[in-house]
Design a protein around this ligand. Structure first.
Ligand code: UDP
Length: 239
């Protein structure tokens, strides 16, 4: 094939839950291997890949798991959970023949090297996959916001938000059989129709930076590659 990818550099946001597979929590081996194989496919196209992974499969501070806890403390636990997921993801990538580098937003140098922007840029230029761990490094934020922030910082052309559903629908497709998928939607329309695409902070940052978001399913085989090729897969949110 002579078709060229639509993007040179992407920021892929994976939720922690995506690692669970059919398990109740934690990391499902087959699931993480399958996800990494999808990523291998796009690196073969010569696309530079940076990843932000959540921690919801291990601990969520912002919502549920932290009832009764000091919010900031719970959020730091959530950030540490993303470090574990990042290590698992990096390890799986290295075994799949990629070279992954994990960089942490909070200092834990014996485990993970710190996030240093020029270094991250260098790794990407060298064709390494960079995994941004510990979210933004700040409580009261989410890894969606980390994805928007790092995406903007590294000059990614798009944030790819991997979800369970293969795009943004007019209604919940599980409840409403007449729901249809938006192929594209503007930031303004998404706001006026109250479509929860990313958390509000992340969404505002992407919108301000005119950084498009593509929502797609990481579980649909080949979907990530089709997204990177600029095909009509998932939903593109544009400025
Ligand atoms: N978190 C945080 N600041 C950040 C990113 C994450 O405090 O910049 C915490 C927050 O408590 C969050 C948890 O880490 O609930 C896990 O991240 P997230 O909920 O985004 O994970 P996902 O839903 O994608 O699995």
């Amino acid at each position: 094939t002579t078709a060229k990818p639509a993007y040179k550099r992407i920021l892929l946001k994976l939720s922690g839950e995506a690692l669970m597979g059919d398990d109740q929590f934690g990391i499902n081996r087959d699931t993480i291997v399958r996800m990494v194989n999808e990523i291998v496919e796009v690196t073969r196209l010569g696309v530079e890949v940076a990843v932000v992974i959540g921690g919801g499969n291990i601990f969520r501070g912002v919502a549920g798991g932290s009832v009764g806890m000091d919010r900031a403390t719970a959020d730091y636990m959530g950030m540490l959970a993303t470090v574990m997921n990042s290590l698992a993801l990096g390890d799986t990538m290295n075994k799949a023949g990629l070279t992954a580098r994990v960089m942490s937003a909070i200092g834990i140098e014996q485990v993970v090297e710190p996030y240093v922007r020029p270094k991250a840029l260098q790794y990407l230029e060298e064709g390494k996959v960079v995994i941004f761990a510990a979210g933004t490094g700040n409580p009261f934020f989410t890894t969606d916001t980390a994805a928007a922030l790092r995406g903007a910082e590294i000059g990614a052309e798009i944030v790819l938000k991997a979800t369970k559903v293969d795009g943004v629908y007019t209604a919940d497709p599980k409840k409403d059989p007449t729901a249809t998928r938006y192929s594209t939607i503007s930031f303004d329309n998404a706001i006026s129709q109250n479509l929860g695409i990313m958390d509000a902070t992340a969404f505002a940052l992407c919108r301000d930076q005119k950084l498009p978001i593509k929502v797609f399913s990481i579980f649909k085989h080949g979907a990530l590659k089709r997204v990177v090729m600029g095909e009509d897969e998932g939903t593109l949110v544009f400025a």
